[in-house]
Ligand binder design. Structure first.
Ligand code: SF4
Length: 389
């Protein structure tokens, strides 16, 4: 008999996690989630790891949902004091139908003009298409769907066994299309690409093609991590359902190794994804959403370009010192309290070189990027007089 879901309502003291700067994947500065535990119960979910999970027993993760009943009120209070930037939020697991906290949190974001990013495995997000469209018009809403297969995938039936409580990928792609039709940026997160199940070229191309066909603009990919109790849990699932895969996983994830899908194998796959994205006309990085009225738009665009370059250099195994040059320059520009255009207009190249952690060599690189950006027309419909370029 299927296990019943239990809901535990509680009132946390805080909801908004503030990060020093936006990450280079989802471009979010804040995170705020209404639930702990997830009824989608994907067998590979890293949220069962001890550092993320409130549950000692990994089985409880999908069946005991902790509901932050005061999430919208807390969010309203926290963002009143926060600098406007993207909040990674929303959670459209079945609990959301009952508690509607994600919707209420979006209402707060709309009321306070805060941009949002939502990563989903459920088409229930479409229930809030009205709010997302409004937020997108005022502040920016960006989305992505977690997708590790399509019905055309070679190992589709097996992959579905690993996320069997989540809505099927066809429904996620259909939802992606609805969001794209409303002008909301969307794409696919191929996370995690399970070794031996999701990492064949046919599956990679199928997800990329379906994404492009449904209005997605990008895919992001990452491998599987298996730490502490989640490793034991996942191996137990493999032993029950696909014992033939155990030897390969023992090899990929020997005890004590959490990150199996890194190294040369991962690099080859990432380069293949890049090639397939070019073929299907989408990106293998998420375009950084431009927040209307943001006086740091140019700084943020430069950071995006540096981060994209850094990603390629990592794939091409550039020397570590070069990687650090780019990483530190991106951080320095993200942290800059002034618009870099003003610095350049008043002090020229010397002003850019003088920014901490930029220096002469990176200064020229940044100047080149800035000159190109200054030739670009402002993003359509988002111009604020005198603000952009
Ligand atoms: S939908 Fe996401 S959070 Fe939920 S179980 Fe799956 S991977 Fe984890």
């Amino acid at each position: 008999m299927p296990r019943r879901t239990e809901f535990t309502l509680y009132k946390p003291k805080s909801i908004l996690n503030k990060h020093k700067r936006a990450d280079h994947w989802f471009w979010s500065r804040y995170t705020a989630y209404p639930y702990k535990g997830c009824q989608h119960g994907c067998e590979f979910c890293y949220c069962r790891e001890q550092k993320f999970s409130p549950f000692d027993n990994p089985d409880d993760f999908a069946y005991t949902i902790h509901v932050k009943e005061n999430a919208p009120q807390l969010l309203r209070k926290s963002i009143a004091r926060a600098k406007t930037d993207i909040i990674f939020t929303g959670d459209y697991q079945p609990a959301e139908k009952k508690f509607q906290l994600s919707r209420q949190m979006l209402e707060v974001c709309l009321e306070r003009n805060f941009p949002v990013f939502i990563l989903e495995r459920s088409p229930l997000i479409l229930r809030d298409l009205d709010l997302l469209t409004e937020i997108n018009a005022k502040a920016i809403a960006a989305t992505a769907f977690s997708l590790i297969s399509t019905p055309d995938s070679t190992h589709y039936a097996r992959i579905r066994q690993m996320e069997r409580l989540a809505p099927p990928p066809e429904k996620r792609f259909a939802a992606m299309e609805q969001l794209a039709l409303k002008g909301i940026q969307t794409g696919a997160c191929m996370m995690p690409l399970l070794p031996e199940l999701c990492d064949d070229d046919q599956n990679l191309e199928s997800i990329i093609q379906w994404t492009a066909d449904h209005g997605g603009r990008f895919v992001l990919a990452s491998g599987l991590t298996l730490s502490d109790q989640q490793r034991a849990y996942f191996f137990q699932i493999l032993a029950q359902r696909f014992p033939d895969l155990l030897p390969a996983y023992e090899k990929h994830y020997p005890a004590g190794k959490s990150y199996g899908a890194v190294g040369d194998g991962w690099r080859r796959m990432a380069l293949k994804i890049r090639e397939l994205c070019e073929k299907h006309g989408i990106k293998d990085r998420m375009p950084r959403p431009i927040i209307p009225g943001d006086k740091f738009t140019t700084n943020k665009r430069i950071v995006e370009i540096l981060a994209d370059k850094l990603y390629i250099m990592e794939l091409e195994r550039a020397h570590k010192s070069r990687l650090w040059d780019y990483r530190k320059a991106a951080w320095a520009i993200e942290d800059l309290p002034q618009d870099i255009k003003l610095i350049y207009r008043t002090m020229g190249l010397k002003g850019i070189e003088g920014i901490e952690n930029i220096g002469t060599k990176m200064g020229k690189t940044v100047e080149g990027i800035l000159s190109e950006l200054m030739k670009e027309p402002p993003p359509e419909g988002r111009r604020v007089a005198g603000q952009l370029f």
